[in-house]
Design a binder for this molecule. Structure first.
Ligand code: 13P
Ligand code: SF4
Length: 322
């Protein structure tokens, strides 16, 4: 089958390169920008205009001249892009790619949690639904949480959610009490301490680097702890030549691209599982990316009033971490 005989949506016979070419053509046609998280598949990262962590992608969604935003990530990310751009068409390759951490903090339960602590402000991780954001004072990501919390007067009580591991890490690092929502990311929470100790013994020259969504007993073995972007930057700066990477292994594609001479070992989840993968991020396939641009759907929509309420804490985050 040659490309010329294919129908626009019949791409099953195309190579990755050919499909990437089709995506680029459609991007020009639609005046679209493709945003992709570092945890997506390598071919999705290759197709993207901006590949980044949650904060970089929120910033890219805020400032661009495209008419259409195609978001290859998980639902809350595309939803945030729509909240920042109510007038633009926002598409996702697979709108069923949700974030279980975000979904672990439903609106009603979060409202009751806030009501139980009336004198506390709520700083909410961007990994949350629009409805939960709308009940919050400021959002944050793992890249700017420290910076934001440092700006809050010390006497002010803080609710932090939904990630308990990131919250516990920040409490320890900043020496500041916070009331934590007990959610977790199944990808990062799954790294077991025993597997980390074994991996370090197996690769004695490698540095263990970890995302703060990992448990404290894992973080305590790490040479460096940081957001996805901070981990990436660290691997470029560090003189070390190999790294055990305790976060979603999709980031290794960019780490390897930036430092081809270094080696990167995905941290094992436990002795039987060599890596811990985010299934939802991998739901973004190149074929679905292409199809969503051909079909102009699935389109992400957010109720107008909800969007206006959820925008406030997102804007505060962007202002406080400009
Ligand atoms: P960052 O992109 O802020 O590092 O967060 C990691 C994550 O789990 C995204 O869903
Ligand atoms: Fe959600 Fe964790 Fe996947 Fe990020 S890695 S999208 S926090 S489940």
């Amino acid at each position: 089958m040659t490309i010329a005989t294919l129908q626009p949506d019949d791409v099953s016979g195309l190579s990755t390169e050919e499909l990437l070419g089709r995506v680029r053509e459609l991007k020009r046609e639609l005046n679209a920008i493709i945003l992709a998280h570092y945890y997506t598949l390598p071919e999705i990262q290759q197709a993207a205009d901006v590949v980044g962590d949650s904060l970089a992608l929120a910033r890219a969604a805020e400032k661009n001249s495209a008419d259409v935003i195609v978001f290859a990530g998980v639902y809350f990310m595309a939803e945030t892009a729509k909240i920042l751009n109510p007038g633009k068409l926002v598409l996702m390759p697979d709108a069923d790619a949700g974030c279980p951490l975000a979904d672990s903090c439903p609106e009603d339960e979060f409202r009751a949690f806030r009501a139980a602590h009336p004198d506390a402000i709520a700083i909410t991780y961007i990994n949350s639904t629009a409805a939960t954001k709308a009940l919050s004072d400021i959002t944050c990501t793992s890249s700017n949480a420290e910076l934001i919390i440092r700006q809050i007067p010390p006497e002010q009580k803080i609710i932090f959610g939904p990630d308990r591991n990131l919250g516990a890490y920040l409490i320890k690092k900043l020496g500041r009490e916070m009331i934590l929502w007990q959610g977790f990311c199944y990808v990062h929470d799954a790294f077991a301490e025993t597997a980390m100790v074994q991996a370090k013994a197996m690769y004695p020259g490698a540095e263990l680097i970890a995302h703060p969504e990992c448990r404290e007993e894992v973080l305590r073995h790490a040479s460096f702890i940081g957001s996805t972007q901070a981990l990436l930057d660290y691997t470029q700066k560090s003189p070390c030549m190999s790294f055990i990477v305790a976060t979603e292994p999709g980031i290794i594609f960019e780490m390897q691209r930036r430092s081809p001479e270094k080696s990167f070992i995905p941290a094992p989840k436990d002795p039987d599982n060599p890596r811990s993968v985010c299934r939802q991020m991998k739901q973004n396939t190149l074929e679905k990316l292409y199809r969503c641009m051909v079909d102009r759907q699935p389109e992400i929509t957010v109720d107008e009033h909800l969007s206006a309420d959820a925008l406030k804490p997102i804007r505060r985050m962007l202002e406080m971490s400009a």
